[in-house]
Ligand binder design. Structure first.
Ligand SMILES: Nc1ncnc2c1ncn2[C@@H]1O[C@H](COP(=O)(O)OP(=O)(O)OP(=O)(O)O)[C@@H](O)[C@H]1O
Ligand SMILES: [Mg+2]
Length: 245
C-alpha cells in the first residue's frame, strides 16, 4: 500500500506577530501565529470584530509586514523590505477578493479582468482563452462587455472571483466576500469560490462572520485575543484542535 504523505505546504507562517502603536500604547493583535496551508485546502477564518482577521489576511497576502516572524510562499521566504519582489509575488501567486468587488467602474468586465492577466505575464491569447472558459463556468458570458454598474451585487462578486483566479494563483484570499450579499447569493458565491479553488488546487482562505458557511470548509481558523486556534473538519481529523500561543 502506498504510504500517506502530507502534501507540501504552499504557504507557511512561522511565529507571526503583529502589533500596532508604540511605547505604552501597543496593541498586540497577533501573538505568534504558526500555520501551514496546503494546495487545495480551504480554510475559513473567524473571530470577533477587531480580532485581527484582516490583519492576518493582509500579512498572508504580502500587503502588510508582520512585526515578527516569517512568511514562506512556495519555497521562498517573503522579504517584506523588498517592494518590487512583494509586487511580483502578489501578481504571480496571489488572488484577492474583498467585501466589495472593487472593479474599475469605467472599464468593461472583460477589460477589468484582462489587466490582471497581463500584469501576471499571461499572453493575450492565454488571457482570452481562460476568460472564455471562466466566464462560461461562472455563468457570466452575457456580462463580458458590460460595465460593473450594469451588474447585480452577486454578479459583481462572481466577477471578483473570476478576477482572483484568472492568473492561476496558488493562493486565494477573500475578506468577507459575501458581506454585501443576501444568504442565498452569498452561499452560491462561496460554493463557486470553493469549487474553483479546488479545481485549481489553490490554497483558499475566506474571512466571514457568517457561521452558516463553516461546514463548507476543510478547516476553521479562529482568532481571539491574538491567539489562533485551528479545527479540521475532514472525517479523519474531526474535532481535532490545535492551539498556538
Ligand atoms: N493601521 C492600523 N493602525 C492601528 N491599529 C490598527 C490598524 N489596522 C488595524 N488596527 C487594529 O488592529 C485590530 C485588528 O484589526 P482587524 O482589521 O485585523 O480586525 P478584524 O478581525 O478584521 O475586524 P472586522 O471583523 O471588524 O473586520 C483592531 O483593534 C484595529 O483597530
Ligand atoms: Mg476585517
Amino acid at each position: 500500500m502506498k504510504p500517506i504523505t502530507k502534501p507540501e505546504p504552499v504557504l507557511v507562517c512561522r511565529g507571526i506577530c503583529k502589533s500596532y502603536g508604540s511605547g505604552d500604547i501597543v496593541e498586540r493583535v497577533l501573538k505568534r501565529v504558526d500555520l501551514e496551508f496546503s494546495r487545495g485546502q480551504a480554510s475559513v477564518l473567524i473571530g470577533p470584530s477587531g480580532s485581527g482577521k484582516t490583519t492576518l489576511l493582509s500579512i498572508l497576502g504580502c500587503l502588510l509586514a508582520p512585526t515578527e516572524g516569517e512568511l514562506v510562499i512556495g519555497n521562498g521566504m517573503v522579504d517584506f523590505t523588498n517592494k518590487s519582489s512583494l509586487t511580483e509575488v502578489r501578481r504571480q501567486k496571489l488572488g484577492f477578493i474583498f467585501q466589495h468587488a472593487q472593479l474599475l467602474p469605467f472599464m468593461t468586465i472583460q477589460d477589468n479582468l484582462a489587466i490582471i492577466g497581463r500584469n501576471a505575464g499571461m499572453t493575450a491569447a492565454d488571457v482570452d482563452q481562460r476568460l472564455d472558459n471562466l466566464l462560461d463556468r461562472l455563468q457570466l458570458k452575457p456580462m463580458r462587455h458590460k460595465l460593473p454598474s450594469q451588474l447585480s451585487g452577486g454578479q459583481r462578486q462572481r466577477v471578483a472571483i473570476l478576477r482572483a483566479l484568472l492568473h492561476r494563483p496558488s493562493i486565494v484570499l477573500a475578506d468577507e466576500p459575501t458581506a454585501a450579499l443576501d444568504w442565498n447569493t452569498g452561499k452560491t458565491v462561496v460554493e463557486l469560490l470553493l469549487e474553483q479553488a479546488r479545481l485549481e488546487q489553490a490554497v483558499l482562505v475566506v474571512v466571514t462572520h457568517d457561521t452558516r458557511m463553516l461546514p463548507l470548509f476543510d478547516r476553521i481558523l479562529s482568532i481571539a485575543d491574538g491567539i489562533l486556534t485551528e479545527q479540521y473538519q475532514t472525517a479523519a481529523l474531526e474535532n481535532t484542535f490545535y492551539t498556538h500561543s
